[in-house]
Design a protein. Structure first.
Length: 445
């Protein structure tokens, strides 16, 4: 039995997260997160108020219905509050009270699986994995067209909405002009290179060579490089963990993901999504629109809206070129290390770039590089915006983070996530601080 096969086996129990989630005496400790909140008799703002609470007051969550938490009140009564009214406490164990209150019910779309071993792919796996062309081709075969995604969205009742996002990357602003290419810049640099070489001897020559590599790329060159890097990285991730053998699952994430991507500033990318055989809760966003989520994360999600929420976060990393910039930094560092080389790259594409060399040496390990925490906070914010644009509720992503919190800070299934992301508390704090300005009309969906 192979290492991967052993890793994916041992699923023992599946429990749903959709609908009203109740169990025998489940209790999730939580505290009030706002200055004051009202608990309603039903999951409806128009329902009578049955209790009020002040900030930091302890409450007991006994279940979830949509974007409402059910509270266990005194005297056997119940009340409902929105998922961002209270903050769920970190669960002690995945099978303890916190997880039970949120994740117990019939098996259905979106499940949480308790496994004997949930060790996920780590940096060493991604570095050692070979490029899997067969799996990459299969992943690309599930790619959805914008038209198909729009039809599927309509069936879900999602309608596109215009929501401004000031810090969203806008590559189209330079489209057409494209800026000077590396070749054009090198031509201008040629005279300076000759001067450096003639007056500086060996030092001048190495400075000229280093400067040649550090020449910036035009927008068109960067876009082309993204398109080439994406499949290279995705193919190596798939070499470490293949796609889940469930065509319906793969088609589902592609239709949802493509619909969200069409609401972004970069709809022209060949957006491709997949679910891989990995028990941990994690996701990977490669340049050029290749996004993979783990089976562990997929099974956590109980609705199409929740799938859209996590894809929206990853989609932001692609739109903002977060991992591409990490690779670019490696490329620039490589230029500094290789400054003594006399022969320099003269090609404008990825084929001659140090970014490709980095991937060939390190595989897809770059995907487990910790991004700047501001990039993660921005992606969390963007998830809400993309949800609103897609016709869903921005609060859905908040609810997903609450679910992760209930699994506990020591959950084996969150090991890699905790290594590469800020703590869930800090992420929720950031969302509370940012608020939902401009999205208020969509919070009642």
């Amino acid at each position: 039995m192979t290492r991967n096969t052993m890793r994916w086996s041992a699923a023992a129990l599946a429990v749903a997260v959709s609908g009203l989630l109740l169990a025998a005496d489940p209790i999730t400790p939580a505290t009030v997160a706002k200055p004051s909140i009202e608990a309603h008799a039903k999951p409806d703002f128009a329902a009578p108020t049955v209790a009020t609470f002040k900030k930091n007051a302890p409450v007991k969550v006994s279940g979830q219905q949509g974007l409402w938490f059910q509270l266990a009140l005194d005297g056997g009564k119940t009340g409902f509050v929105r998922v961002n009214d209270v903050r769920v406490a970190y669960g002690k164990t995945e099978t303890g009270g916190a997880a039970k209150a949120l994740f117990t019910g019939k098996a259905g779309k979106g499940r949480v699986s308790e496994t004997a071993s949930v060790r996920g792919i780590d940096e060493s796996d991604l570095k050692a994995a070979s490029f899997n062309a067969v799996q990459l081709k299969l992943m690309e075969s599930y790619r959805a067209t914008p038209e198909a995604a729009e039809q599927a969205a309509a069936k879900r009742g999602w309608t596109a909405t215009q929501v401004p996002y000031a810090i969203e990357y806008q590559p189209g602003k330079s489209k057409g002009k494209g800026g000077a290419t590396q070749a054009e810049k090198r031509e201008r640099f040629g005279m300076a290179r000759g001067l450096l070489s003639s007056v500086g001897g060996r030092l001048g020559s190495t400075a000229a060579a280093s400067g040649d590599k550090l020449i910036g790329k035009s927008e068109d060159e960067v876009a082309q490089e993204e398109l080439e890097l994406g499949p290279m990285i995705a193919g190596r991730i798939l070499g470490a963990a293949p796609l889940v053998k469930d065509p319906a699952m793969q088609k589902r994430v592609n239709l949802i993901g493509r619909w969200l991507a069409s609401r972004s500033s970069r709809p022209e990318l060949p957006w491709t999504f997949g679910v891989i055989e990995d028990g941990e809760i994690n996701a990977f966003a490669a340049p050029g629109g290749y996004i993979l989520i783990t089976r562990g994360l997929y099974q956590l999600l109980g609705s199409d809206d929740e799938v859209a929420a996590v894809l929206g976060h990853e989609l932001s990393h692609v739109v903002q070129r977060d991992h591409y910039e990490v690779l670019r930094k490696q490329e620039l560092q490589g230029a500094g290390r290789d400054a003594a080389l006399s022969q320099v790259n003269t090609g404008g594409g990825v084929a001659g770039s140090l970014a490709r060399g980095y991937i060939e040496r390190n595989g897809a390990a770059i995907m487990l590089t910790q991004l700047d925490r501001n990039a993660e906070y921005r992606a969390d914010q963007a998830a809400g915006i993309y949800l609103a644009r897609a016709g869903s509720n921005p609060l859905v992503f908040y609810a997903v983070l609450q679910k992760m919190t209930s699994l506990g800070s020591s959950s084996e299934r969150l090991t890699q996530l905790y290594k590469t992301h800020p703590s869930l508390d800090k992420r929720l704090d950031a969302l509370d601080k940012q608020g939902y300005k401009g999205m208020e009309p969509y919070l009642d969906r």
